[in-house]
Structures are given as C-alpha cells and as structure tokens.
Unconditional design. Structure first.
Length: 275
C-alpha cells in the first residue's frame, strides 16, 4: 500500500506505517527542522512544505497511486493546553486535509488528533468524510496500549471506501448501519460527537490485540511483547544537546510508532482479505 503523509512531523507515524508493510510515496510538512529529518530518513520521497499549496493532481502525477492518506492535523485548536478556539483558530487545517482527500481519492484515510477534538470537531470530521463516501470509525488508543510508560490518549480516525472515495464499501456500510440500528433500538437521539465521547472514546471496554500485544482497560492491565526501555535520562533543562528544543517539539507532536504500526497491520490484514 502506498501512503501520502500529511503533517508528517518527524516521520514517526510514517515509520510505523512502514513497519506495517506500507510505502511512503509523499510527505507534507511545514516545520524546517522536521523537513531536515524527513529528507535524511526519506531522501527520495517527494515533499511539499505547505498543505495549502498541495494539489491532488500534482500528487498523483508525481507519486502515482495513493492507497492511504495519513495525517495528524494540527491539534492546537482542540488541545486543553491551548485556548481551544476550534474552527476560529488559524491552525485549524482539517479543511485543507479534507480538500486533499477529495482530490486524491485514496481508498483509506487515517487521521489522528488529541481527545479534545471529540466534543469540538470530531462530528464535523466524520460527517465530512462520510460526505465523500467513506465509511468511518473513531477510536481512542493510548500509548500505554502498546506498553509505553505513559498514557498519551489519542483519537484515531479510520476511513475506508472501496471505490477510492466515491462510494462506501459493503463492509463499511454494514458497520455504519448496525451502529444506527443500535441507537434506534435504544431510542437514543444524540449527535455523533456525544456518542463517540461515551462509547468509541471509552478504552475501558476496548481490547487491542496484535502480534502478541494486548491491552485491557483504562485502569486495567497493559501488556506487550515489545518491552519499552527505561525512560532516557534527558531532562528538560539539559544543556549541550544539539537542537534540543526542536527535538522535544518533534517528539511532543509526534505519533507513537507502535500504535501506528498496529493500526497499519490491521488495515493490511483487511486488504489481504480482498485479494
């Protein structure tokens, strides 16, 4: 599977998708330091700096087929660490990601953001993707689900269309229809966002499995065959480390590689059933 990476950062998410067996064919990242890292790690992959200047036709001409578009669009409009201005924030770039998706029409979409998006914009994001013909589902997966020594909840948005963004897949439609029927049977009339905040975003009842690693419960056990090493002894006031601030920013904004790998593996497994 070939991936167009938007908001690539330092390429942590891209690396996870590569571990799952995918190929990165294009990257978009505006930060200068992150661009240097991407050029070092993926020297032959075409790159764009500003997503607002990315045109779908150009991507397809340069990169060829794109099976999956991945992107952790900026979280500042939704993060509890900021003012949470949402769509009023000039860093609200979901519409640009949506535009690229509509122009490239990849079969798969993988989006990522902070939990603050659930109540502020997740309903919009899911509705936008559905309007393009994608069957979509959102999940909250913490870093500790892959045995990282910290929580780091993140919302992952997975979209699939068998016909490259034109029509929903049969499996996707079935998934969506069953969820609608479930709500109708309960007699619940609520927005998609509120439903997600109660059910989809609740990892207490979610079990993640894949190649020996499992996760159960927000307050339960988290196990993994890949043990994380002890936290590195690099303090926030360390001196003499080149590009320390840029590195910390890169890691702070980056995705957990093992989580992305796990999601990528599940996508690859599903694709294998179609052949």
């Amino acid at each position: 599977m070939k991936v167009l990476s938007l908001f690539s950062g330092g390429g942590l998410g891209d690396y996870g998708l590569e571990l799952a067996g995918m190929e990165i064919v294009g990257q978009v990242e505006i930060d200068d330091y992150c661009q240097k890292i991407l050029k070092l790690r993926w020297p032959n992959v075409p790159k764009w700096k500003d997503i607002r200047e990315v045109k779908g036709n150009d991507v397809l001409k340069i990169c060829g087929t794109v099976d999956l578009i991945s992107g952790g669009f900026p979280c500042q409009p939704f993060s509890v660490a900021g003012k949470r201005r949402g769509k009023q924030d000039d860093r609200y770039l979901w519409p640009e990601m949506l535009r690229v998706i509509s122009e490239v029409k990849s079969a798969w979409i993988l989006g990522e953001n902070v939990p603050g998006i659930i109540k502020s914009a997740l309903d919009t994001v899911l509705s936008d993707l559905e309007s393009l013909g994608y069957a979509v589902q959102a999940f909250t997966i913490p870093a500790c689900a892959v045995d990282a020594p910290h929580r780091r909840d993140r919302v992952w948005i997975v979209g699939y269309s068998k016909h490259n963004g034109l029509h929903s897949s049969k499996a996707g439609r079935s998934m969506h229809e069953s969820s609608v029927e479930k709500e109708q049977n309960k007699g619940i009339e609520s927005t998609r966002a509120s439903r997600l905040s109660e059910d989809v975003a609740d990892t207490e009842r979610t079990k993640f499995e894949g190649k020996g690693r499992t996760s159960r419960g927000r307050r339960g056990e988290f196990g993994c065959c890949r043990r994380w090493p002890v936290e590195p002894g690099v303090g926030r006031v360390a001196n003499g480390i080149a590009n320390r601030v840029d590195r910390l920013k890169l890691l702070g904004n980056g995705q957990v590689v093992q989580v992305v790998e796990w999601i990528g593996e599940r996508i690859m497994e599903f694709e294998a059933t179609l052949t």
